[in-house]
Design a protein around this ligand. Sequence first.
Ligand SMILES: [Fe+2]
Length: 388
Amino acid sequence: MPIYHHLGQLPPKRHTQFRKPDGGLYYEQLFGTVGFDGMSSLLYHIGRPTQVKRIVGKTDLTPAVAEAKTITARKLIGFDVAPQDDFLAARKPLLVNSSTQIGVAAPRHSLRDYFYKNADADELLFIHRGTGTLRTLVGNIPFEYGDYLVIPRGIIYQIDFDTEDNRILYTESTDPIYTPKRYRNHFGQLLEHSPFTERDYKLPRDLETHDEEGEFTIKIKKQGMLHELVYASHPFDVVGWDGYNFPYGFSIHNFEPITGRVHQPPPVHQTFETKSFVVCSFCPRLYDYHPLAIPAPYNHSNIDSDEVLYYVDGDFMSRTGIGPGYLTLHPGGIPHGPHPGTYEGSIGKTGTEELAVMIDTFHPLQVTAEAAKIDDGKYYQSWLADAH
Ligand SMILES: [Fe+2]
């Protein structure tokens, strides 16, 4: 997150004595990424954050792959993934490659029994259904329908859900997830042409500080394994922190669409970028206003990227047979475009209520066994004239 934020108490000078009421020292931790070159924060703990008591074991989270190399367009029925109680068990990776995992989850219960840390990847959670609070060692972020939650690698967190009806699209990225560079100036500030501003961010607040010793389980994802470690001090024992490395939220409903006289290309919808993929938000907006405009997109060849669309709400203008929670994969190497009738049918329409998230990866995606279970199996032929 390229802005400065702080919560709680801080010493006036970094790397100096910062004392507790009883005279003991707080323990400083530099929390950074990309060596000492990326964004970082300085955290002040009551206990030393290094006190591993036991390493209990590990579980392999490597997704089972059904088709490693594919050129088949697919439609996955995301809401057919069954809800599960546990937050991590509920996660079902669907489309994966060496740097990216895209999946859906329907967790029924809050994550309260243990703490979780993804040491492999930044996480991007998109909240399709459900409300609650992301609770982290650097503060809490309330969330609701339409929120993206960006959780940098290494953040220890739990999550509270208000009800059992929760649906999440999640992406894990071994490359850091940033806002697009072209939206930012030399100092990192979002520019006037950006479709969102710093004011739209949901920053961590309500820092929880637990002065407790005992047994605290942290499940840590590292090299695709979920390691279970027991620590001697509470992971949420930070009395204060400052810096640039922290989780934040952003509502898709605060994305301000850019429109034009003729059809605007997908980059105008871009919300996040990594070295491996981009994320775009397709939001309700007015259509193109050239008198002869065709609002539906032209056919396009994503020769060297795979395109994943997650449909959230509203009618998606260029698709038929699509509902909320569906995902489509348009693999690189072959063109795709509007479904029969939607190209012509878009003429004269003045706006759309579509809401969707698009993830375009620069390396091919593999189709997992979980995806095969919810694949409609015939989507690749849906552009034929007699398909509908
Ligand atoms: Fe496309």
